[in-house]
Design a protein around this ligand. Sequence first.
Ligand SMILES: *[C@@H]1O[C@H](CO)[C@@H](O)[C@H](O)[C@H]1NC(C)=O
Length: 393
Amino acid sequence: MSFMIFWIPLFIIINSRNFKLIDCVCTLPTVLDGNVWDSRRGTVVFSNSNLELTSGWEVSGFSQTWSIFTCIESDSNHWLFQSVNSEEVYGPKYYGFYCVRYTKITDYSYYYYLDSDIEEIVNYIRLSFIEESVANAGVTISSVCNPTSGPSAEEFHVLVKENRQADVKQLFPAALMGVYAYTATDASSSGICGTGSVWDACTIKTTILFNYTQCSTQMFGSTDGEFYATKYVTSGSTSYVIIINGDSTTSTRFTCLAVSGSSVSSNPGSCEKGQVATSRTSDAASLLISLSVYESTQATPASPSYVMIIVGVVVALIVLIACVIGCKIYHKYKKKSKVQNGNEENANNPGNDPSAANVEAGSLTPREINNSLQSIEKQVPPLNAKYISHDHQ
Ligand SMILES: *[C@@H]1O[C@H](CO)[C@@H](O)[C@H](O)[C@H]1NC(C)=O
């Protein structure tokens, strides 16, 4: 009996341990297995079989490096990665943790935020260091991923399965959807491109097409001049979009564009924390761009042709109206001519016209008569008749 009592608590302990293990399981999307492009870090490698991120997210500081990370827990929008090794910093040893708050965009793309405070000793990366003994006692998403000063809207990153850039296209923010001329300023010069350059994010609303025939300066490291929106967020009046280079090979796969009104700033990779649309970032390759309405060199003759069409239509309408009026008058005149033997003076007498509408014409002053349709009828028949006779020829 006492033997049984001894075993029951042990069974409960074993059971609760099992529950804890189930709680802490991590599942990574199968699509991320292998090489993945990360807007934050370039090409990174996931190994789903052992739930590891084997390269691309390494951090260094204090002559120490944390290179490989294991996913120890996940839920519907988090992956918690713990470094395989713990390293000494000022005495104690620390594990590094990445708190990845992710959202699926397409079958081949995700975006994420890192829910940690900025760690200065590893070059200002959002990463949580946890002392070895604390980590060994057990940590969870809820215990690690609670920064006091978490990421702001623009601090998102994009993961795209390697070579799937054409399968992750999203719409651009409204401020970038259009056909523009662009004038850029880089680290050393201003006035790059300008009038006649073409930034087309209108023909295809998920794609920016640069026309390098119009301005040959390569934009954001692209030889083809073709970029796709992967994801944008809007904060206040500024939208942040991470674009992906359509080239098959490139050294600049991702670029962040911050846009507000007609002003755009670019930053290679993800957006810079605190990036604004109106100035270059700290990155040497950052551009400040001003968008303006695109004026095609072929648009100049095109505009007057619209005017010509309108003028043509108006003229045609006037001719048509004149024709109809002329026709009526001609018929009326002909009728009167028959009845009164072509006497023009008598034809002016409304009393003699059975179809005359203006029966009160007789009460009008000569001036009023002059201004009335009746008087026009009297004066214009020869002209109208001539016109109609031309028509009939
Ligand atoms: C780029 O500009 C050239 C020269 O104006 C033009 O012939 C060409 O059609 C343009 N390309 C595209 C894709 O619009």
